[in-house]
Ligand binder design. Sequence first.
Ligand SMILES: [Zn+2]
Ligand SMILES: [Zn+2]
Length: 287
Amino acid sequence: MQIAVTSKLDESFQPVPIPSDDDWLRSHKEKGQTMKAFERKTSKAVPHATHKTIYIQPIGSFDHPRVISFNVIIEFVRVFFPRCEVELLSTIDFSKDMKYREKDGIRQYQTAGFYKYLSRTRHKRNSRRELVCVAITMADIYVDEVEDWVYGQARIVDSLAVYSFARLDPLYPTSPQTLFSSPLTDEHRVIMIRRCVKILLHELGHLFGLKHCIYYICLMNGANNETEMDRQPLYLCPICLRKLYSTFHFNVCDVYEKFANICEKYRLEEEHKWYWKRLDCIQNPNK
Ligand SMILES: [Zn+2]
Ligand SMILES: [Zn+2]
């Protein structure tokens, strides 16, 4: 583990660039989270006894030609958080708890409504197994008048999160009609898989206690726009990796190898290359 967070960092990790006007770090005062601060943090999910399951709760319709299979996304989650089980729940419809509004002709659901629903229905899931639960929806989501859209959000104290596919389609913001009649090309499928996986891993990272990262280009960077979201990689920087390791005690090389293979399987070539190169840096630190 020590080598994974010290060896040849300059070859694998880049510092966060100076934020431009519309970037997350320009509008949010992020102090960063040291290892000590992470360890002191009491509200974070830690797998224990029977509580090891990440529940994924799809909400609303997914009957769309451009949707990415949940099973593909979940494969990545299983590898990234190896001590957890991941269980996909049956899709449910929006409930009356879920407040929405129409903005520019688009229906947006408030994130608070998803938390209310997931809390209220906790007893219907297996509460002895549940560690965290994440809602997924194709609807656009918002927090309040200030954060008037988000890719995802986590409520750490309740071990709940929600994320939306709505803005992850490379054709966004094309009209819903055009989207529906546009078949998913291979190129777009790769972009969609990358984005769908990263937002879910990012929100799960929050539930496991990771705050936004200000140290390196990292899965845990905040994202205010598509450019920033696309810049978030599918890997953790050494600081965030050390934090996650302190909870999971996984074999880093084993996780990296499996993640590289799954990236290859779904043609995420950049990520596949990064993981193999990083593995080489860890396994041959003096080469
Ligand atoms: Zn975040
Ligand atoms: Zn980081």
